[in-house]
Ligand binder design. Structure first.
Ligand code: NAD
Ligand code: TYD
Length: 338
């Protein structure tokens, strides 16, 4: 593993991963391949922009020729695929791009991985592919029961990866991560949305009764887990990746308000998301066997996250003041208050 292609590296988790890996390993080169959709932001990579080990290619993972050019020019031996359409609410409005990128784009990357005989193809997946889990915890062998176009697309990507392992012996690994929080998360996802709204004394639109459960993990724990799987994971295997503990959304919202010294009445109950998955819960014993452990529990993760958004207001104010963001915000939230 010397020359990594990190697709989707200008997004939230990808940008954290690129910074994490370059800080940690002196002998790597990293090529970010990213379409720069609304969620991709070159500013997320500003800290590494001048690093000679780093290069940026703008391109679509569905464009086989563009992927091929990067693979060849940068002598790629490892692909880590973060590129995806990622927001459940958008997948309910316009699912087409989710199927295109998350399923077809994965296929294009697998073909490139096969052609160039890579040492590893690693797929970044999600706990959402298991569907909602009302009791117990999902293990890696559980049946996939995705319930949104986003999670269905991600499940399709996972199955393609497994098929390339079985059919062609491609050395794939998959991690299924829980909800990440931390620096550079686009403020449509619930935590950065709530933190930035609260800073501005705007309402926090809480879907339904707020008793949905998510395993909120700090993004750097996720990055460390991916690194561990790249180095010590078994090919053909899937690893769940999260803290293994869940928090109800209402508690998450109140914790944010408390950290910012804002009143609970900023919470505004709104009409629920259609098909809203009530609970995700991961069994993380398999990845723990690789000597990985999350370092941030919920309190530490949310505290570090709130602090970053307080300290980096220029980053999110530029996004939130943009026309595209505001159009999305009204489309998703207008008329939703109950
Ligand atoms: P993000 O939306 O912040 O970033 C996605 C990135 O992919 C952006 O830079 C975007 O420009 C790029 N991209 C989108 N379509 C592309 C295409 N066709 N070609 C090339 N680049 C494209 O997403 P994120 O939250 O960083 O998530 C990264 C990965 O992790 C995704 O695969 C997601 O499914 C998975 N994941 C996310 C979470 C989470 O909580 N955010 C949890 C588990 C798994
Ligand atoms: P989100 O960040 O969209 O992640 P996901 O749906 O992929 O888990 O949402 C996290 C939780 O927060 C989920 O239960 C939906 C809820 N939520 C709200 O209550 N209000 C919001 O405005 C958003 C975006 C999400």
């Amino acid at each position: 593993m010397k020359n990594l292609l990190v697709t989707g590296g200008a997004g939230f988790i990808g940008a954290n991963f690129v910074q994490y890996m370059l800080e940690r390993y002196a002998d790597l080169t990293i090529t970010v391949f990213d379409k720069l959709t609304y969620a991709g932001n070159p500013q997320n990579l500003a800290p590494v922009a001048d690093d000679p080990r780093y290069a940026f290619y703008q391109g679509d993972i569905c464009d086989a020729e563009a992927v091929d050019r990067a693979m060849q020019a940068r002598r790629i031996d490892t692909i880590v695929n973060f590129a995806a359409e990622t927001h459940v609410d958008r997948s309910l409005m316009e699912p087409g791009s989710f199927i295109q990128t998350d399923v077809y784009g994965t296929f294009v990357l697998l073909e490139a991985a096969k052609k160039y005989n890579v040492e590893r193809y690693h797929q970044i997946s999600t706990d959402e592919v298991y569907g909602e889990v009302m009791t117990g915890r999902s293990v890696e062998t559980d049946t996939l029961e995705p319930r949104s176009p986003y999670s269905a697309g991600k499940a399709g990507g996972d199955l393609l990866c497994l098929s390339y392992y079985t059919s062609f012996g491609l050395p794939i690994t998959i991690t299924r991560g829980s909800n990440n929080i931390g620096p550079y998360q686009y403020p449509e996802k619930v935590v950065p949305l709530f933190v930035t709204n609260a800073i501005d004394d705007k309402p926090l639109p809480l879907y339904g009764d707020g008793m949905q459960m998510r395993d909120y993990q700090y993004v750097l724990d996720h990055c460390a887990g991916i690194d561990v799987v790249l180095r010590h994971g078994q090919v053909g295997e899937i690893y769940n990746l999260g803290t293994g503990a869940e928090t109800p959304n209402i508690v998450m919202a109140k914790t944010i308000l408390n950290l910012l010294g804002k009143p609970d009445d900023l919470i505004q109950p709104v009409t629920d998301r259609p098909g809203h998955d009530r609970r995700y819960a991961l069994d993380v014993s398999k990845i723990r066997e690789l000597d990985w452990e999350s370092r941030y529990d919920f309190s530490a993760a949310i505290e570090a996250t709130v602090k970053w958004y307080v300290d980096n207001q220029a980053w999110w104010r530029r996004i939130k003041s943009g026309e595209a963001y505001q159009a999305y915000y009204s489309r998703n939230y207008a008329g939703r208050a109950v």
